[in-house]
Design a protein around this ligand. Structure first.
Ligand SMILES: Cc1cc2nc3c(=O)[nH]c(=O)nc-3n(C[C@H](O)[C@H](O)[C@H](O)COP(=O)(O)O)c2cc1C
Length: 367
């Protein structure tokens, strides 16, 4: 069997990765006042033993009002920083997997109930709710409380909050920052003409719609140690007529590359409830491929990548450099072990578990 590409090492900027498997950011809605709890240690801890190359901490709000829900992790104050430090200290004692953090602001999609309680918007006057902010005063769904349009001072506050959170992430020793510019949250809301109806320098033309997300990128890049990568997660399309397109995504990715972004992670959708997503295995891979063909920096594909040969093919054909897993690795936290066994490759396992190596896969663990 030819050597597996999925298990070939790879570099994102200066960050060395053991293979091409990334654990995607996944909100756990289990924080208190933005502080990680023991749940995060259990959840991230198990994924840090999975044999993937990189663990991404969930969408982490840079301001309290930038949380999707009252249970989101945040990084806007010292207490939040200390809670992440505690979690990381425990994980690092037992795993050498690099850790990235996704920095986020939920914009008009903030202030919602936890998904398992229905996920509906919580109006500002209710407990656990607040007034949301966005590029324009347009709600996400009909009947929702509209957001307040950010003015110049508001933009400066958000930019500064992203930079301050990046500085805290640097101090925490986090290996990479991913800026969340996908899924209909604040930065994506600036990019899409459906949610951005501004008539100032931040709305209208593509150049204007990209301005704020690029300013945030620059602020984060300047505040995070220069030798560590900053990546960006984008939605490759809104899947809605008249919305953000793959052509615009490519232009945005090129602008980010010029500014030193280390990788582009290509997801899709989330901006508009009218979206018509052709969901199926690897449904977002064509979007990753389009970005990959236009930039020289690494590209990460995500979305219903569940099969080992499918994952191998995505990186072997060059559609993307890395693949990310979300639901699949929650369902099977040893997915990378099973993929390595299937592909005849090797994977790192904790020494406490070395005796679990099946006898038909005698060379699976590379420790
Ligand atoms: C429980 C859960 C939480 C998620 N939270 C985030 C998040 O914090 N940030 C983000 O960009 N995407 C989030 N996503 C989206 C995933 O990162 C991923 O893009 C999506 O689930 C598609 O990949 P999959 O088919 O491997 O699940 C979440 C998905 C799930 C299932």
């Amino acid at each position: 069997m030819a050597d597996s590409v999925l298990f070939a090492p790879f570099n994102v900027g200066n960050l060395s990765l053991r293979n091409r498997i990334v654990v995607a950011p996944m909100c756990q809605y289990s924080a208190e006042a933005g502080n990680m709890t023991d749940w995060h240690l259990i959840h991230l801890g198990q994924l840090a033993l999975s044999g993937a190359a990189l663990l991404t901490i969930e969408a982490t709000a840079v301001l309290p009002e930038g949380r999707i829900s009252y249970g989101d992790v945040g990084l806007w104050n010292d207490e939040n920083e200390a809670a992440i430090a505690r979690t990381l200290q425990a994980i690092r004692r037992w795993s050498d997997m690099p850790v990235a953090i996704q920095l986020a602001h939920a914009g008009r999609k903030a202030s919602t109930e936890l998904p398992w309680n229905g996920g509906a918007q919580i109006p500002p006057e209710h407990e656990n709710g607040w007034r949301t902010e966005a590029p324009s005063a347009l709600p996400y769904a009909v009947g929702e409380e509209p957001p307040r349009a950010l003015d110049q001072r508001g933009l400066a506050r958000v930019r500064h909050a992203f930079a301050a959170a990046a500085e805290r992430a640097g101090r925490l020793g986090i290996d990479a920052v991913q800026i969340h510019a996908a899924h209909g949250y604040l930065l994506h809301e600036f990019l899409s003409p459906l949610s951005n109806r501004r008539d100032d320098d931040y709305g209208g033309s593509l150049e204007n719609r990209m301005r704020f997300p690029l300013e945030v990128y620059d602020a984060v890049r300047a505040s995070f140690p220069a030798e560590r990568p900053v990546t960006v997660r984008v939605s490759g399309t809104d899947w809605v007529e008249g919305g953000w397109t793959i052509e615009e995504t490519v232009a945005f990715a090129k602008a980010l590359e010029t500014r030193g972004a280390a990788a582009i992670h290509v997801s899709s959708g989330g901006l508009d409830p009218r979206q018509a997503i052709p969901v199926g295995p690897g449904y977002q891979v064509p979007l990753a491929r389009a970005v990959k063909q236009a930039v020289g920096i690494p590209v990460i594909a995500v979305g219903l990548i569940t099969d080992y040969d499918q994952a191998e093919a995505i990186v072997a054909t060059g559609d993307a450099d890395l693949i990310a897993l979300a639901r699949g690795i929650l369902y099977d936290p040893r997915w990378p072990w099973h993929a390595a066994a299937h592909l005849g490759a090797k994977v790192v396992a904790p020494k406490q578990y070395l005796r679990s190596q099946p006898h038909q896969h005698r060379d699976l663990f590379q420790n």
